[in-house]
Write a new protein. Structure first.
Length: 277
């Protein structure tokens, strides 16, 4: 589906207040079977609940704490796996890009290009993503006020692409923790005029550990999800893995895959309750 069709796929039900859309999958593509198994498992639940679903997976992790941190299985190999997920299950897929030159390459395989939070002000990267004609999801920088995100959104729109969304993933609190300001959701909805997504896994990261491996508080994922849905987030972003302790990236803040169905049912119940107000 093209970018405008994708936007329509994601937003109508959320706009009516009856549900939300979901971006979910592993932090990074570790292999074909792993990606297909996770996508199939999540799709089974989202189909049952009527939640529009986008499979998420990074083809490469460029932003790592240490040189010896896992970065990926190879760009083309991982991108082909993302394309296979899309073809096998008929669902859109999203991946992040880090350099302008990557935009056109990744766009051949995926439906949504994601701009990492640390790069959300990189004009050349945003312009390159916009020019692909793909939907663009911009993650709000941990250093950026919600009120400033509309400038990033306008960089996409002013380059002829109106298919854009923004994702909050927390704000730095000191050197080793993140905090979420729930006021940012309605602020960005109003000022950016696009879907606003809450990343309820990365927002619980605890960066800058002595060992150079980011920590997290996964036991609070549902707490953050409930608050986000209650405030009115259009979409939820979740990184998940069958065995987070064995994940090759960001295992400390991922949701264990078998916990996802119950979480989604709880969030859907909250959304439907809020819709009656």
């Amino acid at each position: 589906m093209n970018a405008n069709e994708l936007l329509q796929y994601l937003t109508p039900a959320a706009a009516k207040g009856s549900t939300f859309f979901l971006l979910a999958g592993p932090c990074v593509i570790e292999g074909e079977k792993m990606a297909l198994d996770i996508a199939e498992d999540i799709l089974r639940t989202t189909s049952e609940l009527g939640i529009p679903y986008v499979f998420k997976g990074s083809y490469r992790k460029a932003n790592r704490s240490r040189l010896d941190s896992f970065q990926g299985i190879g760009d083309e190999k991982a991108l082909r796996i993302l394309a296979k997920v899309r073809e096998t299950f008929g669902i859109p897929v999203v991946t992040d890009i880090h350099l302008p030159a990557e935009a056109a390459i990744a766009a051949e395989y995926v439906d949504i290009l994601q701009i990492p939070a640390f790069l959300c002000r990189q004009t050349d990267l945003l312009v390159a993503a916009a020019h692909t004609g793909k939907m663009v999801n911009i993650k709000k920088g941990q250093f950026l006020a919600p009120e400033s995100m509309h400038f990033a959104v306008e960089k996409i729109r002013q380059n002829g692409n109106n298919a854009v969304a923004v994702t909050d993933r927390g704000t730095m609190l000191g050197y080793g923790d993140l905090v979420v300001d729930m006021r940012g959701i309605p602020v960005m909805q109003q000022q950016c005029g696009c879907p606003v997504i809450m990343d309820i896994t990365h927002s619980l990261q605890q960066p800058n550990t002595a060992g150079g491996v980011t920590g997290g508080r996964p036991e609070l994922i549902e707490t953050l999800g409930r608050a986000s849905i209650a405030v009115g987030a259009d979409g939820i972003f979740i990184e998940t893995h069958p065995e987070p302790s064995k994940a090759l990236s960001d295992g400390a803040n991922m949701l264990r895959l078998d916990l996802l169905p119950t979480l989604l049912r709880h969030l859907l119940a909250i959304r439907r309750t809020i819709a009656t107000f």
